[in-house]
Ligand binder design. Sequence first.
Ligand SMILES: Nc1ncnc2c1ncn2[C@@H]1O[C@H](COP(=O)(O)OP(=O)(O)OP(=O)(O)O)[C@@H](O)[C@H]1O
Ligand SMILES: [Mg+2]
Length: 256
Amino acid sequence: MEAAYAVRDNPVSRDQQAPRPGAARPLLTIEGLTKSFTVHAMGRHIQGCYDISLTVMPGEFVGITGKSGSGKSTILRCLFRTNFPEKGSLWYDSAAFGYIDLAQASQRQVVYLRTHEIGYVTQFLSVLPRRSAYDIVLQSALETYGSKQLDLCHSETEKMLAHFNLAEELWAVYPRTFSGGEKLRLNIAAAMIKQPRLLLLDEPTASLDNASKLKVRELIEQLKNQGTTMLGIFHDLEFMEGLCDHEFNMQEGVIA
Ligand SMILES: Nc1ncnc2c1ncn2[C@@H]1O[C@H](COP(=O)(O)OP(=O)(O)OP(=O)(O)O)[C@@H](O)[C@H]1O
Ligand SMILES: [Mg+2]
């Protein structure tokens, strides 16, 4: 799909990133990502992540592991621009914009990418109030397929909710009252229905029972077969055995 607005040009960095003839072109190249937080009230400076570099090729499923507080979520939040990166570049090969540094992308570009190309399953679900579970997933389907394909959007929404065993009596309910696992399954359903080009997963199987974990694994496998590139944080990466192409282990803000 053509972007309605132009990418900010950065010829030097673009040349540096230009793939060599015949060389496979990474979908994502993180170079020297650093993010720290200043908590003014406490006069504290906290390191989120420091000098992170990693590459993800198209179609790969890359896992990030590491202990709590080591900076894993910070990396994903910088990619999704929930956190503004402090230093470094986040080169993403966008269908609409070509190579674009997510650290430099304009707010409009970020909104476009979030809607059409990059999905994010957050560690903690926060949903819009007064929207039913069904409407949340349907909205994602509409952003992907468009309102002209309304029947398809409804059938995909039903398929997705059923896949994650979300009981039909919950479909019309506001998810504020859902259990942790139900919220998480809804969150994953809304992200995965979009079959994004790049999917960021922050502990998508935490707090799920074994059957639900298997459902997540099944869809990850399906998305991988369809070409979605994934970068995911997992405590139990063994569960993704056979699917995960590379693992990065974080220690105190840096990759070990
Ligand atoms: N907005 C913020 N303000 C202040 N400190 C923050 C903020 N976000 C993250 N941090 C701090 O940055 C560090 C890394 O946090 P992050 O959420 O990336 O850890 P994590 O590896 O994902 O941990 P977990 O496995 O528990 O989810 C932590 O010490 C955290 O307290
Ligand atoms: Mg985290």
